[in-house]
Structure formats: C-alpha cells, structure tokens
Design a protein around this ligand. Structure first.
Ligand code: PXP
Length: 242
C-alpha cells in the first residue's frame, strides 16, 4: 500500500499572500523524500489552490507517481493530456464547495464518460481512476467503463459522528473494495483521512493500493514545525542589540 500526498493546501497558503511561498513544488519534494510514493494535486476550475504553472512544474519535478485530480471538463482534459501524469483521478466539482463533497454519480454521467472523457485520456496513454462512493452499482459502472482504478470516497466514514455510522461506512467501504478488486480494478481511497481514523480503515478495508491524503498532513505539519520556526525567530529577536 502506498501513500500519495495531496499538496493543494500548500498552494492555498501561498495564494493567501499572492507571493511565491510556501512553494507546493518544494513541498512535493519533501513529501517524496519522506517516503510518499507520489503526489496528488487537484487543478480546480477556479484555480483556488494549484495553478496551471504548478501542474506543469509537478510533472517536471515529481519523481514518483503523479496523480492529476480534476473535473471532466474539456479544458482539464486538454491540460491533463498535455502534462501526461501517471494517473488521472476524475472527481465531481462544484464551484461553491469548500472541498469535494462526494463521489461521481456515474449513473448520471456514464455515457459522456464513455464517449468523450475516457477515450481522450486513454488515447493519451493516461491511466484513469474514478472517485466514487462505496456503492456496488457505481463500482460496476466503473468496471463497464474500462478504467484502471477507482478511488473510494472515505469522507463519509471520516465525518461519521456515531460509532454505528462509522461501522456502517467501514462495511460499505470493505464491500466496495472487495467488489472492485474482484472486477480487476485497482482500489485507491481518500478524503478526510487523518492520524485518528486511518488505522481502523486499513484494518477493515482489503485490497487497497493507494491512499491519497492532503489536508490532515499539511495541518499536522504546521504544528510539527511551528515550535522550531518560532524559536529560530525568537533567537534573532532576542539578540537585537540596538
Ligand atoms: N481524494 C480526492 C478525490 C479528493 O478530492 C481529495 C481532496 O482534494 C483527497 C483525496 C484528499 O482529501 P483530504 O485533503 O481530506 O486528505
């Protein structure tokens, strides 16, 4: 099982000041040096975090797997085929949402995916993953569409606020993973995973190939680094002699 790190929120922080730091490419390098098998970024229609130039630089700099997460628009397909990542993960995208809110509803989009989206990516030799809820019907449609992988949406599990809800979601994830594996799909998972909830998920859900984690890692990294950073600056300020 491999960890792919989503560095979108390094770019969120950079964009808050409109200057060059923190640089998501530098973050990607540190993640890979620390053991990540690859990097994920989501180029959103509104470019609220990762921007086009970041996406191109990721391709030049990332040594491991590069997973380009995107909505299935013509614009994104064009950029993705140009960059040629190792994997393209297709997600639903709503402009006003704070983050991806659920899986694709393949029941509604399968014809468009079959005719327009997946052939364009496959023609460019890009492997395709579909971000889906742990629903057996969605897994079957993903298989029919001939994609290489699915990413199971773990957000409902991560946000469950009762033990019963958590157990129910773990059951759904395990059954969906089993079914996808039987159908020959690579099984990935992501969204809302953190240090408190990942181990239980790994204990219960079989056949996982990759997990994609972003927000919790970038958040945790702030508190891992803040003490060192502030003592460095405090030292400089304390030595002021003027
Ligand atoms: N997988 C998908 C498809 C996502 O949309 C996201 C969020 O961009 C993630 C994984 C990572 O989620 P998180 O930032 O909550 O770890």
């Amino acid at each position: 099982m491999r960890l792919l790190v989503n560095v979108d929120h390094v770019a969120t922080l950079r964009n808050a000041r409109g200057e060059g730091v923190p640089d998501p490419i530098r973050a990607a390098r540190i993640c890979e040096e620390a053991g990540a098998a690859g990097i994920v970024f989501h180029l959103r229609e509104d470019r609220r975090h990762i921007r086009d130039e970041d996406a191109y630089k990721m391709k030049e700099n990332v040594q491991g797997d590069l997973d380009f997460e995107m909505a299935a628009t013509d614009e994104m397909i064009q950029i993705c085929t140009d960059i040629s990542p190792d994997l393209c993960t297709l997600v639903p995208e709503k402009r006003e949402e704070l983050t991806t809110e659920g899986g694709l509803q393949l029941k509604n989009v399968h014809q468009d995916f079959r005719e327009r989206v997946i052939p364009a990516l496959h023609q460019a030799s890009i492997r395709v993953s579909l971000f889906v809820d742990p629903d057996p019907d969605e897994i079957e449609i993903a298989h029919d569409l001939g994609v290489e992988a699915i990413e199971l949406h773990t957000g409902t599990y991560s946000n469950a606020d009762t033990e019963e809800g958590r157990q129910n979601q773990l059951r759904r994830l395990a059954e969906a993973a089993e079914k996808a594996h039987e159908l020959g799909l690579q099984v990935n998972a992501g969204h809302g995973l953190n240090f408190d909830n990942i181990q239980t998920m790994l204990d219960r859900v079989p056949h996982l190939h990759e997990v994609s984690i972003g927000h919790a890692l970038i958040s945790d990294a702030i508190f891992n680094g803040l003490s060192n950073t502030v003592s460095r600056m405090a030292h400089i300020v304390e030595n002021y002699e003027g």
